[in-house]
Design a protein around this ligand. Structure first.
Ligand SMILES: *Cc1c(COP(=O)(O)O)cnc(C)c1O
Length: 398
């Protein structure tokens, strides 16, 4: 139940839906990844950089004023916003860049939407002296000029993708094309628990440091397990990283929060479980937002990191088995929660992470008692989003 089968399937989800030319590179990656993950020397080196470079362990912080204001369970925030570069993404980029170096690959490539994964990968490439190319839709480059500057300052080449909608989906396709062409010297650092096997399992294991720490911390601080874990779900990496070490703790509820955008009925959202159907997109079988003809629908969220038409396959499996539950939060609720958390706790949350916080604000008191503990993953900090929020508010006042 907690591990994929040998074809990389979580129940009916996941698998390897790629062109023939990618089968061999994926097989090689699978083999090298498994060898590295079992190798104490690799784990030691990874832990060294997680501690001294990323700044782990990140705190598990009791949000006392938020708890008091809501009058419900004791709310703890897992502070991934304190990681170097400002989000959980670097946990994965760091491990994959170490893996690339171990495989003798001198060049890494990545896709990025909002730019956070691109910045994390460019950072780790600089750290290890690897060449780095980041594919980014031209529309996203214009929206996220600051992150483009950061990547370039770190020595990465940012390639503008001009196909289709010129956003994340096209950037992933372009990165895959590059990988096929240059696979001998290149590793593709995929940014979330998504895509063809072994990526969903590998990225989940690299992010599971979040849940391993949180489990140890809550037991040390409270002497018992939480009633629930809550995390936002884009591709699904921060959520599965938190959930995974608790999967066998059946009494811990796992709650994933998707982007409800302008509401489900508007059609402008990225709530794959509320409104999607099973299909295949970019290497994997999972829940996908698609129209009657199977064309991929356009998505919308105030938060760029949640704005994708499909979800990681392990979440699809956790959804169907009932082990995790999935809900959504609209743009309005997310922006309101951004301000509430800022005033309660002095924390400017990333727009992605605030979806999880907003869900807790709406539901926690009804669902749990004051004795219960709830852990919310604060996956990133909000400095990157302040302009976006200011613009959003202006357009709503008008
Ligand atoms: C990218 C991002 C996300 C969404 O990605 P997941 O793979 O679902 O975690 C969430 N939070 C932050 C801060 C991000 O940068």
């Amino acid at each position: 139940m907690t591990e994929p089968d040998r074809q990389g399937r979580f129940g009916p989800y996941g698998g390897v839906y790629v062109p023939e030319t990618l089968m061999e590179p994926l097989r090689e990656l699978d083999c090298e990844y498994r060898r590295a993950w079992r190798d104490p020397a690799f784990r030691r080196e990874l832990n060294h950089y997680l501690k001294h470079y990323v700044g782990r362990p990140t705190p598990l912080y009791l949000a006392a004023r938020m708890t008091a204001a809501l009058g419900g369970p004791r709310i703890y925030l897992k502070r991934e916003d304190l990681c170097h570069t400002g989000a959980h993404k670097i946990n994965n980029s760091l491990a994959q860049c170490l893996l690339a170096r171990r495989m003798g690959k001198r060049r890494v490539i990545a896709e990025t939407g909002a730019g956070q994964h691109g910045v994390a990968t460019a950072t780790c490439a600089a750290l290890f002296g690897l060449e780095c190319v980041v594919y980014m839709g031209r529309v996203d480059m214009a929206r996220q000029a600051l992150n483009v500057f950061r990547m370039q300052a770190l020595g990465a080449e940012v390639v503008a993708v001009t196909a289709g909608q010129q956003t994340l989906k096209e950037a992933i396709s372009e990165a895959m094309r590059d990988w096929v062409t240059n696979v001998r010297q290149t590793h593709y650092v995929l940014g979330t628990a998504y895509g063809a096997a072994p990526y969903p399992e590998m990225v989940r294991n690299f992010q599971s440091v979040i849940g391993v720490e949180a489990r140890r911390q809550i037991l040390a601080q409270e002497g018992r397990l939480p009633a629930a874990l809550v995390a936002c779900v884009g591709g699904g990496s921060n959520a599965i990283g938190l959930f995974h070490p608790f999967l066998r703790d059946r009494r811990v509820a796992l709650i994933g929060v998707e982007a409800g955008g302008l509401g489900i009925r508007s059609g402008q959202h990225a709530a794959r479980f509320a409104d999607g159907r099973v299909g295949v997109l970019q290497g994997t079988r999972t829940y996908v937002l698609q129209d009657g003809e199977g064309q991929i629908r356009l998505t919308h969220s105030v938060s760029a990191g949640l704005d994708y038409a499909a979800v990681g396959p392990e979440h699809a499996w956790l959804h169907d088995t009932g082990r995790a539950e999935y809900s959504y939060v609209t743009d309005d609720e997310a922006v309101a929660a951004f301000h509430q958390l800022a005033r309660w706790e002095g924390l400017l949350s990333a727009l992605e992470s605030i979806h999880a916080v907003a869900w807790v604000i709406r539901h926690a008191r009804r669902r749990w008692s004051k004795r219960d503990l709830v852990i919310v993953n604060l996956s990133g900090r909000g400095d990157k989003d302040v302009q976006q929020i200011a613009a959003w508010e202006q357009s709503h006042e008008a």
